[in-house]
Design a protein around this ligand. Sequence first.
Ligand SMILES: [Fe+2]
Ligand SMILES: [Fe+2]
Length: 310
Amino acid sequence: MEALFHARYYNNSDVASILVKALQHKSVLLKHEIAYVLGQMSVTNVKNTLIDLCNDKSQHEMVRHEAAEAIHALGFTDEETEACLRQHLSDDSIPFRQTVELALEGLLLKRKSNSEKKIKPHVPRFYLMTKKKKKQDLVIATYNTKDPVESDILIQTENELKKHFNILKDEMQRLWDRYKALFALRNHDSKQAALYLASCLDEKSSALLRHEISFILGQMQIPETALKLIERLQDKNEFSMCRHEAAISLGSLGAIDYTEIGRYWQPKIIAELKNFLNDEDPIISESCQVALFNIQNECNLQLLPNLVPL
Ligand SMILES: [Fe+2]
Ligand SMILES: [Fe+2]
């Protein structure tokens, strides 16, 4: 996993080819992460690989989901890609189907607005996500990830914050609009926004949305959201993709040892991650291993003496 995230900094087709070869690995966690990284890189000759992953029903839904998101992230607007996405609109896996719906809506919007726009180079980030403000005087925060739905909403008042929170939690709203609200809240970059997001981890209508909220909480790094993430990790009836994302984000929050609240949560987070190190679902046990490895690295602790690299 560590090698994978170093590889992405070499944003070229040779590295992408190595990553494509590594898709033969048996770990679902590693494969889904490779698909994610391929989407975040600006190498477009991986389109067929991503389409094949979407089409391959023997792949775990988490891998197919990341492949569909990667297709969107790379900004393809051609008809072959559209046909691939349309073909999966009634797939048996609901999270994958919803990913495809979002990717297709994104494709059609992009085609409409500017089909000739070139893919912008971007600054890749390490897995456990830090944030960066572009300009001091701008309220909106920018995160160096390509998001599944771009949100240009700038929240400036408490009322607007509440309004977008209400959209996010409203199951009657379109998933696309809930995703836009989700990223608007993240970009507000406040503790209140993070707490609103965490409170939506109880929502029942979409595992896809819950997994994205967990991912974002790892980016925002507000330790007070750890409890809700721990609840997701503990819930054995939860989708693997949601438990996984909760574990990884806990690895991000657990590395905050430079604030009082971070130090309060760190031992609790470490204990929870250790609890699930031997979970029967390899996606979860491997995620906990990666999360603990992150805390170990960031905080110079010895948490995994016998680490077996993924
Ligand atoms: Fe995802
Ligand atoms: Fe993931």
